[in-house]
Design a protein around this ligand. Structure first.
Ligand SMILES: *[C@@H]1O[C@H](CO)[C@@H](O)[C@H](O)[C@H]1NC(C)=O
Ligand SMILES: *[C@@H]1O[C@H](CO)[C@@H](O)[C@H](O)[C@H]1NC(C)=O
Length: 459
């Protein structure tokens, strides 16, 4: 132990001081470290104000210099390698953003390119005004760590032709490492004109995808916090093929009848913590789909919306893989589902090692549901034998009320039954009906503690 201390502490200090020089400070922290003992009630995100400049010019590093016995030659070479210690402040207004109701995209693009090419770290600042943006790519790789401070509001243009040829994107962060986005501001997708054109709202119109408000694609060591994301054209926030993500203190809001407006969508992403978020939209609060692994969601307040979902998985006979998901401490109110796993017939792969713990349901239509016959298309889905295997799922300390008589539903595949489903201390009462029951097909269950309603018959 002594040996470890003497050897590691100086090393740790050196690392910490190096990091703070580059202005990336504390977010080198291990994103895997989830503190489940955190008993604070999460209900509103706490929009803290952050200091404007992460490291001021006079920042003295108490551990620099000769402390560890470097000779001066080594020290000055180290200093050279570190470069200047102050990250650049890059204000979008200095690049021509006007916040006057006209498109500010060019200014944002220029500011991003400037910040991204800084080798000393940069803070890109969006002041407390309202800016209008067309679709924009914030592309990496960047030369050093970036901080994007959104104090104001970023609004999407509503001219649908602005989005042509740009696929399903509005704000698209691509291939950026060591990025932080924060500031207490608002990202507003201005989605109403898209919702009106949705085939789910107007059945006469063809089904077309609308843009996602904010996408992070292939980003590593990413932190997104203290923001409001509202009224997305379609999905609000996607983490796609990212590694090491912390998302916290987010408020995600859209009307309950806005179509396909998922709150936070996680796809192909590993090691992600979603903490202390309030999400109410017209679709899933959180959806976790194929290629996602080590997903921790804690302190989630959800509703209105479709609940917290793993899937859908296996659409179009595809293979899907999702594992190690923990949803801990969530409150769902008035949602159509609580915690759901949904897979299409004909898929393959697995969804396994999943824990739903400490969850309160308030008038939720399907509080606990595994649906292996999911079908979200206009023509009916035919019977198929193959299925995504669902196994090792724990439901622990789940209580509250169900809006329907079926508080718990396991509709599993006949050929690939659900295995290792553990229920412990589940109490779901009826909100409106006289009583609740469980509907259980092709599921291998174990019970611990009180479970109500239990499956009456199991097959
Ligand atoms: C963003 O990049 C994609 C390619 O990844 C390109 O097709 C698209 O036109 C770009 N959009 C903008 C607004 O630059
Ligand atoms: C419960 O949910 C149902 C269906 O969503 C709704 O009609 C009803 O008004 C809700 N009840 C309460 C007490 O909120």
């Amino acid at each position: 132990m002594m040996f470890l201390k003497t050897l590691c502490l100086p090393l740790l200090f050196t690392l910490t001081s190096l990091c703070s020089c580059f202005g990336i400070g504390s977010y080198i922290e291990d994103p895997f470290h989830v503190d489940f003992r955190h008993h604070r009630a999460y209900h509103r995100p706490n929009f803290r104000t952050f200091s404007h400049v992460p490291n001021n010019r006079n920042h003295r590093n108490p551990y620099s210099g000769n402390r560890f016995g470097y000779d001066n030659g080594i020290q000055s070479r180290l200093d050279k390698a570190r470069g200047p210690t102050t990250p650049k402040i890059v204000n979008v207004d200095d690049f021509g953003a006007k916040a006057n109701g006209r498109d500010d995209s060019q200014a944002f693009k220029k500011a991003w390119n400037y910040a991204c090419s800084s080798s000393q770290g940069a803070t890109m600042v969006v002041p407390k005004k309202t800016y209008l943006l067309k679709p924009i790519n914030f592309s990496g790789p960047c030369k050093s760590a970036l901080l994007l401070k959104i104090y104001g509001t970023i609004k999407a243009t509503t001219d649908h032709s602005d989005y042509e040829g740009n696929g399903r994107r509005w704000l698209y962060f691509d291939n950026v490492a060591n990025l932080r986005v924060e500031g207490g501001g608002t990202i507003d997708g201005n989605g109403r004109t898209w919702w009106e054109k949705s085939c789910k709202i107007n059945k006469a119109l063809p089904c077309k995808e609308a843009p996602t408000a904010v996408t992070f694609n292939e980003c590593t060591n990413l932190r997104v916090s203290s923001l409001r994301i509202t009224n997305a054209q379609q999905m609000h926030l996607i983490f796609q093929k990212c590694v090491n993500v912390n998302a916290f203190n987010l408020l995600v809001k859209a009307p309950g009848n806005s179509p396909n407006t998922d709150g936070i969508h996680v796809t192909g992403t590993q090691n992600i913590n979603i903490n202390n978020c309030v999400i109410g939209t017209g679709d899933d609060c959180i959806s976790i789909v194929s290629g996602s692994k080590n997903v921790f969601a804690t302190g989630i307040t959800c509703g209105p919306g479709h609940g917290i979902s793993i899937g859908s998985l296996g659409a179009g006979n595809s293979a899907a893989y999702v594992s190690n998901v923990v949803v801990n401490k969530a409150t769902l109110s008035g949602t159509t589902n609580g915690v759901r796993i949904k897979t299409w017939q004909g898929g393959s792969g697995y969804a396994r090692n999943i824990k739903f713990q400490n969850i309160v349901m308030n008038n939720v239509t399907n509080p606990i549901i595994i649906d292996q016959n999911y079908c979200d298309q206009q023509k009916p889905c035919g019977k198929q034998v193959s299925a995504v295997q669902v196994s090792d799922v724990l439901y622990q300390n789940i209580r509250g009320t169900s809006a329907s008589g079926v508080a718990m539903k396991f509709d599993c595949s006949r050929s690939v039954p659900c295995r290792g489903i553990y229920l412990q201390n589940v109490a779901l009462r009826a909100e409106e009906e006289d009583s609740t029951h469980a509907s259980c097909a092709n599921v291998r269950l174990s019970y611990k503690g009180d479970v109500s309603p239990p499956c009456s018959s199991q097959n």
